[in-house]
Write a protein that binds this ligand. Structure first.
Ligand SMILES: [Zn+2]
Length: 274
């Protein structure tokens, strides 16, 4: 005797998994979707929160990160000269960007061609980058660009976003051990923070403004970035952390025109930086 299935009842086959399996798939999909959403929301909140991180907390973060770079840096005439240049730009910063802060250069004698803004108000300048500089103005534009990253809080944005995502993952997965590891990975996150094209444009804009305030003209504003744009495809650290392109140079040129900035003479590099 055969059993008749009521009409509309699907027979189980490979294409229609039994209800237990289907429920499991739905649950898994729901779980993965929830984790992705939480991670995304936490990242978004963290990146918005950077504006409310008080300088005091930033300094504490700096206390973890700065010593690693200090150990590599050399107190030298070169570092002093770089600091003198940075001080000149700092003097033009508005009060809200300047109050309670003292930006300082750490000069690292290493062939790496890069400059990094790190929590703790330090600008890392590598020897490899300095060697690419042909004028004081060109160097000032790079320093101004790094101050621009501080002004836009880019140095915290990348850090807090990635740390937040890692923290959420560690919490959801119940992996308490990795939370401790997160703090120690902060330094490498800072070194490898990759800025978006938009963040670069905004930092360039502040750099250009500072250059104009310092010299009353903007010679050298595009020198380094134009050089970098030609080196696309070359393995340079600075291209990984600060994406450069011909577009960036174009955009700077448009800004110069729009603001009616003049282009005058370039000043030579101070003796100790040649
Ligand atoms: Zn940059």
């Amino acid at each position: 005797m055969s059993i008749e299935l009521p009409p509309g009842t699907a027979a189980y086959s490979k294409r229609n998994p039994p209800p237990q399996n289907r429920q499991l798939l739905v649950f898994l999909g729901w779980f993965i979707g929830t984790v992705i959403t939480i991670v995304w929301v936490a990242g978004w909140i963290a990146s918005s929160l950077v504006w409310w991180i008080p300088p005091r907390v930033e300094q504490q973060l700096g206390q973890v990160i700065v010593p690693t770079y200090e150990a590599l840096a050399q107190p030298s005439a070169t570092q002093e000269s770089l600091n003198t240049l940075l001080d000149r730009l700092e003097a033009h910063l508005s009060d809200d960007l300047h109050a309670g802060r003292d930006y300082q250069v750490l000069y690292i004698p290493d062939e790496t061609v890069n400059a990094i803004a790190i929590p703790g108000d330090r600008v890392i300048i590598y020897q490899g980058l300095l060697q690419e500089m042909d004028s004081e103005n060109e160097l000032m534009m790079v320093l101004g660009h790094e101050l621009g990253h501080f002004a836009n809080r880019d140095h915290l944005r990348g850090l807090s976003r990635r740390l937040a995502v890692q923290l959420v993952l560690a919490t959801v997965l119940g992996d308490a051990g990795s939370i401790g590891a997160i703090a120690s990975s902060a330094t490498s996150i800072v070194a490898n923070a990759q800025f978006s094209q938009q963040q670069e444009y905004q930092a360039d804009e502040i750099g250009l403004q500072l250059l104009h305030q310092e010299y009353g003209q903007v010679a050298g504003a595009t020198d380094f970035f134009a050089e970098l744009a030609q080196k696309q495809g070359v393995d340079l650290a600075i291209l990984a952390t600060h994406p450069a392109s011909a577009k960036r140079v174009q955009r700077l040129e448009q800004l110069i025109q729009k603001n009616g900035y003049e282009i005058g003479e370039r000043s030579p590099l101070p003796g100790s930086l040649k």
